[in-house]
Design a protein around this ligand. Structure first.
Ligand code: F0G
Length: 357
């Protein structure tokens, strides 16, 4: 595959065109999304006690999150239909991705976000790409309700994962995992918010199995933040709370997709506390060299928790999906890790003393 991006032979639409709703009329747009690294764990694998633990670094996508896979398909199909504007509700990453692809394709882009609950890096991305930002005094669930209603009233394409093209694009991550491992893993761990991603991964693994590219399908292990765990509770959460703002969602749109993935795979969806999320966030950064956002760490927190509870994972190949880049939420990183910084004189002896030498 060419490393030059912007030509027709790169990205998710090109690589997986035979498994996506691509027609002769579909514009083969790309920002170089997909083909992300599957990185083997160097430390946490032992703590988990499995045969092999991998991280699928979706944080390496062009806008820094997994959303680009589905967004490139949704935006291409919007262009194919002749749409001139797109809209999404978002906790941040969807808006950053929509804004990037819309800018590239000269579409107008509107994003509805929960005021005060979107990480700074994500907002910066949407602003930089020229999105019209509508901040609401409400949560993601309100934003999505508004986005649905407005796109019904106006000729604007809705690019949330309720748009089936988003799910189609996102499923390609499963194909890559199967390609890289030579088979499906035994277990796939991922964070669950609006539940589009777990729905999409499961669709992808089922298709790989049907195409006989994989001999098995993984157990789908999803993890929600304890203060925002409607699927675990079995009912919507009116006021979801978690420091992992990306998954601060009380009534996921793809609820049924998530429970289907869980039940058909024989998997599970559990809750992890914010403390567990922060602990995994720290361990990923400091023991694996992987800087992700807190929501992404939720799945590693969940896996570590299950191992600690005595779950026997010997012989298992496990993949954790690292959904978003840590740079998106610099405030959280500073809050968790930053020591008090004080400036010292630029002298060797002072620097040595500071270094403990
Ligand atoms: N991880 C990150 C970093 C996310 O941004 C999201 C969702 C998820 C996990 C959960 O994925 O919603 O498919 O279950 N972010 C959405 C957004 C809601 O607006 O960016 P999901």
């Amino acid at each position: 595959m060419s490393a030059i991006v912007g030509q027709r032979d790169a990205g998710v639409l090109f690589r997986f065109k035979d498994r996506l709703p691509v027609t002769d009329a579909t514009p083969m747009i790309t920002l170089g999304e997909g083909s992300t690294p599957l990185v083997r764990s160097v430390r946490l694998e032992e703590a988990v006690g499995c045969e092999a633990l991998y991280f699928k670094l979706e944080s390496c996508n062009p806008s820094g999150s997994f959303k680009d896979r589905g967004m490139v398909v949704a935006v291409a199909k919007a262009l194919e239909r002749g749409d001139t504007a797109v809209l999404c509700a978002s906790t941040g990453n969807t808006s950053a991705s929509a804004a990037a692809y819309a800018a590239r394709c000269h579409l107008r882009v509107y994003v509805i976000v929960p005021h005060g609950n979107i990480a700074e890096g994500k907002l910066a991305q949407a602003v930089a790409h020229g999105a019209r930002i509508i901040a609401i005094d409400g949560g993601f669930d309100d934003a999505l309700r508004l986005a649905r209603e407005i796109t019904q009233r106006h000729p604007i394409a809705l690019v949330n994962s309720v748009n089936p093209h988003r799910i189609e694009g996102q499923k390609t991550a499963s194909f890559e995992i199967v390609d890289d491992l030579g088979d499906a893993p035994d277990i796939l761990c991922l964070p669950v918010g609006n539940a589009g991603n777990i729905t999409a991964y499961w669709k992808g693994f089922v298709e790989s199995y049907q195409r006989e590219e994989a001999t098995k399908k993984p157990l789908m292990w999803g993890f929600q933040a304890a203060g925002a765990a409607p699927i675990v509770a079995g009912e919507p959460v009116a006021e979801p709370r978690t420091l992992a703002t990306a998954i601060r969602i009380g009534n996921p749109a793809s609820w049924e997709g998530a429970t289907n993935a869980r039940d058909e795979s024989g998997g599970d969806i559990r809750a992890v506390t914010d403390d567990e999320i922060v602990d995994a966030y720290r361990r990923l950064a400091q023991e694996e060299g992987i800087f992700c956002e807190p929501a992404s760490a939720a799945c590693v927190a969940g896996l570590l928790g299950r191992a600690k509870d005595g779950e026997d994972l010997a012989g298992k190949t496990i993949v954790c999906v690292i959904t978003g880049n840590g740079l998106k939420d610099p405030e959280r990183a500073m809050a968790e890790f930053a020591p008090e910084l004080h400036a010292i004189a630029p002298e060797v002896s002072r620097v040595e003393a500071e270094m403990g030498l």
